[in-house]
Design a protein around this ligand. Structure first.
Ligand code: AN7
Length: 436
């Protein structure tokens, strides 16, 4: 089915004739001249564009010393691997350039001596979402979209709000009421998004924003939009670049709506097909046990998929019906990947470990580290293998989760309770008895 019911936007002439959207279900092809929603057959699109005739990793290396905004972005530095959007419409902060960390205590705690953490919380709004947002909002601008929208568990909302503000576009974000971490809600408010709280789950907000997008002509910035995934591929490009294009044995990431899993799969498939990668890293996707429909499907050999009612302390991944299930499944199959689940207690312990190393991350990100520990214990990650775990969000995103752990009545191994004292040296000595 090659047609799409979406309203056409006016700036379509600026989009290169080389870019196509291809439905992953029916194979139908359309030009990307509207807000990319679903195909009429219900399938999702991916973006297709040709490999440039001249392509080598030396090109990306040369740009590292440049001060040009596009070269400085850890997304647009890899622009030959991305859809050729009009350069004058690109909105960039710039994104990426996130560090790879190794810490001996985390290596020991996970049982993985060669563990590297790629900290996507170092992006402009504190999460990996900015990488997809720069590409999708640039597409929206190329179409002269009049307003943008998303449903979100928080980080997408913060990123949409910031990038829409940069572009001078109104933004509307749909949030599950009361289920958004304070840092993320505050960002979306501060950057000026119109915030609509839904009395219901993320999955209901997701459904509503898709309907609202076509009914009201809003450009949709959820990961249904394949331009988002194009940008998120750059996490893989940049980490491979940092490792001298020598792939690690594993890339481990948390999974919620599974857009990032899909993007990582697409990145390695593209690099392989375009001759830039001769060995594939295996993907390991970690879900919170209370929000683990992908894990359940994996356990059934992907024969059976059932949405669940999601509940977890890691609100970023509190998602019961992941939009990118099919694409994520292909990513796991293509890379001989695995899916694992970790409990809320395991997530909070892993987070305390990452935080106490001075690196810090939000709960959903810590799921990846808890997952590494579990996969090592189960013998799936083998001794000597190099593992990159992706920390998807910044420690300040979710202050309440920090207090929940450290002020809990339960005995938490790394609990760090503030004390209150009278302003005297005697009282201070008493309070510091065990601290020094
Ligand atoms: C920190 O912001 O879905 O599996 O609406 O914020 O690609 O969904 C956030 C997801 C992992 C899961 N870590 O990524 C949203 C949203 C953090 C996140 C995920 C999210 P996907």
């Amino acid at each position: 089915m090659a047609d799409e019911g979406e309203q056409q936007l006016t700036g379509e002439l600026t989009i290169s004739a080389e870019i196509w959207l291809v439905c992953e279900r029916c194979g139908g092809r359309i030009r990307p001249t509207g807000s990319p929603g679903r195909c009429l057959c219900g399938g999702l699109y991916h973006v297709e564009f040709p490999r440039p005739a001249v392509l080598s990793t030396a090109l990306f290396e040369q740009r590292l010393g440049s001060w040009q905004p596009l070269d400085r972005s850890g997304v647009w530095r890899y622009r030959e691997l991305l859809p050729p959007l009009p350069i004058d419409r690109i909105i960039t902060r710039p994104e990426g350039n996130t560090n790879l960390y190794h810490h001996p205590r985390l290596a020991e705690w996970t049982g993985c001596p060669d563990l590297l953490l790629k900290h996507e919380g170092e992006n402009p709004t504190g999460s990996f979402k900015d990488r997809g947002m720069t590409v999708a909002i640039s597409h929206a601008r190329a179409l002269d979209a009049r307003a943008v929208a998303c449903a979100s568990t928080g980080n997408t909302a913060a990123s949409v709000a910031a990038y829409a503000a940069l572009a001078g576009l109104p933004s509307i974000v749909f949030l599950p009421s009361g289920k958004i971490a304070t840092g993320k809600l505050s960002q979306a408010i501060a950057y000026g998004a119109r915030i609509v709280q839904i009395a219901g789950e993320f999955d209901a907000a997701m459904q509503l924003v898709q309907e609202a997008s076509s009914a009201l002509g809003l450009y949709l910035l959820n990961s249904v939009n394949p331009f988002r995934l194009e940008g998120q591929k750059a996490i893989v490009f940049e980490l491979l670049h940092q490792l001298g294009w020598e792939p690690p044995d594993w890339i481990i990431l948390p999974g919620g709506n599974l857009g990032n899993t899909a993007a990582f799969g697409a990145a390695v498939m593209q690099l392989r097909a375009w001759g830039l990668l001769d060995r594939l890293p295996r993907l390991g996707v970690i879900q919170a046990a209370g929000a683990a429909p992908f894990y359940a499907a994996f356990r059934s050999g992907f024969r059976d998929f059932r949405p669940v009612m999601a509940e977890t302390v890691a609100t970023a991944i509190r998602i019961g019906n992941p939009v990118s299930y099919e694409r994520a499944r292909r990513a796991i199959e293509f890379t001989d990947g695995v899916v694992e689940a970790v409990t809320d207690d395991e997530i909070l312990e892993a987070k305390a470990q990452v935080d106490r190393c001075g690196i810090g991350c939000e709960p959903a990100s810590a799921a990846a580290v808890a997952g590494v520990r579990k996969l090592v214990a189960r013998g799936i990650i083998r001794p000597g293998e190099r593992v990159v775990a992706v920390l998807t969000g910044h420690v300040l995103k979710d202050p309440d989760a920090i207090l929940q752990y450290h002020l809990s009545e339960e005995q938490r191994p790394l609990a760090n309770r503030p004390v209150t004292i009278e302003p005297t040296l005697v009282a201070l000595r008493g309070a510091l008895e065990h601290a020094l």
